[in-house]
Ligand binder design. Structure first.
Ligand SMILES: [Zn+2]
Length: 144
């Protein structure tokens, strides 16, 4: 559940009412943004990274809007098997995404010497377009 104004996570104040501490406002059930909070693990031979897919990024990957998913689960009472099948649909599909890296808040109490921690969030995501992707790669190669 996200704040409709600043998109931050809201907490439940009471049944059907949610609060954004940042905006200092309360929102009803129909006002809050329904969003997936997906953490995806990305890996290659050198390292792994966890990328959050929030809001429209989650909708894009799952292919079903978070609000529709919630409706299926809570109003239409879809079975866990049906929901699982839905979530498995995007398996083996390809996406191009732009990821923003943000330096995690430094805690300062870890004795120093620790490596810097980054948080990664997908800011734009689209199904992979081989033509567009290759053109982009060619353009980048021409830079050298
Ligand atoms: Zn807010």
């Amino acid at each position: 559940m996200g704040c409709p104004e600043c998109k931050r996570k809201v907490g439940q104040e009471r049944q059907g009412l949610f609060r954004c501490d940042f905006c200092n406002k309360s929102f009803s059930d129909s006002e809050v943004r329904i969003t997936y909070t997906i953490t995806a693990k990305f890996a290659d031979s050198s390292d792994t990274a966890y990328v959050s897919l929030i809001g429209e990024s989650g909708d894009q990957v799952v292919g079903v809007k978070a609000s529709d998913f919630r409706n299926l689960r809570e109003v239409q009472m879809a079975s866990p098997d049906q929901l699982r099948e839905l979530m498995n649909q995007p398996s083996y599909s390809y996406f191009t995404m732009i990821v923003r890296a943000k330096l995690d808040d430094y805690q300062g109490n870890n004795g120093g010497g620790d490596e810097l921690k980054f948080r990664y969030q997908a800011v734009r995501i689209a199904p992979l377009d081989f033509k567009e992707d290759n053109e982009m790669l060619l353009k980048r190669l021409q830079m050298y």
